[in-house]
Design a protein around this ligand. Structure first.
Ligand SMILES: [Zn+2]
Length: 260
């Protein structure tokens, strides 16, 4: 039997499951389904491949960790801002890549101040659902900022271009990176010994998280309580008209020669 989980935003009973990969992203990339034959879509997680039947398939959803009010009504403006942002990214790829910055006024017109904040809140929702799905502690500032106009938070976001994915016109991806957690001040995951020592010494400092998600060539990097890596773009906390894009590359030039 499934145990009752609480909505990580409002603490009521969670009866709603957020998409891991946003439904609109799946439809944008692969159509409305079903994903069969030539249109087949594969989800790769932990090295395992699973077939996705359609954009509402259970395997592209998290466990139920929101209440339906928070997942629908409350966060609808956040979802809408994200969908609008992705439409803009798809329609203005050449311009964005030439400038290597995004001007939110271009994206949202004069509503950009509110809309860029709603976009940021969409990313907070995305991270919160990821953490809740695997039982990671959710920093209190994340749900607390969602209803607010002005807030303080330890979550910074940066945007970067995946130079590898830019090269490929064949591969269409949307996905989430591995979640990395760090003990405060450490470069690596805490070992059980470090956790035990920290607990014994009463050190329960805030956790640090690093995560990423991508829509095609655009990567969104999450830095919770960590200073962002400068290569991966300018820091944004819903407080700016412009974001400057970083550059992300894992395939070396030598390896690319072999592929092309
Ligand atoms: Zn709720």
């Amino acid at each position: 039997m499934e145990s009752k989980t609480c909505c990580w935003i409002c603490n009521k009973i969670a009866d709603s499951a957020e998409h891991r990969i946003k439904k609109s992203d799946l439809v944008n990339l692969y159509g409305s389904g079903s994903y069969k034959g030539e249109n087949s879509v594969v989800l790769i997680r932990g090295g395992q491949e699973s077939k996705v039947q359609g954009p509402n398939s259970k395997i592209v959803k998290y466990k139920k960790n929101l209440c339906s009010k928070c997942n629908n009504e409350f966060s609808q403006p956040f979802d809408k801002s994200y969908e609008h942002f992705i439409t803009y990214i798809r329609q203005n790829k050449d311009l964005i890549l030439k400038r290597r910055f995004i001007d939110f006024q271009d994206v949202y017109d004069d509503e950009f101040e509110v809309s860029q904040r709603n976009l940021y809140k969409y990313f907070v929702k995305s991270l919160g659902c990821r953490l809740a799905n695997d039982g990671y502690p959710i920093p209190k500032d994340l749900p607390a900022l969602l209803p607010k106009k002005q807030f303080r938070t330890r979550l910074r976001i940066t945007f970067a271009v995946s130079e590898d994915l830019l090269l490929s016109t064949e591969i269409k991806t949307a996905g989430k990176g591995n979640l990395k957690t760090f003990a405060p001040g450490s470069e690596t995951r805490p070992t059980w010994l470090e956790k035990w020592q920290a607990k014994k010494q009463g050190r329960t400092g805030p956790l640090e998280y690093q995560w990423s998600e991508n829509f095609e060539w655009l990567y969104v990097w999450y830095w919770y309580n960590i200073i962002p890596h400068g290569n991966l773009g300018s820091t944004w906390i819903a407080d700016s008209r412009y974001v400057y894009l970083g550059s992300y590359e894992i395939v070396s030039d030598e390896e690319k020669q072999k592929i092309v």
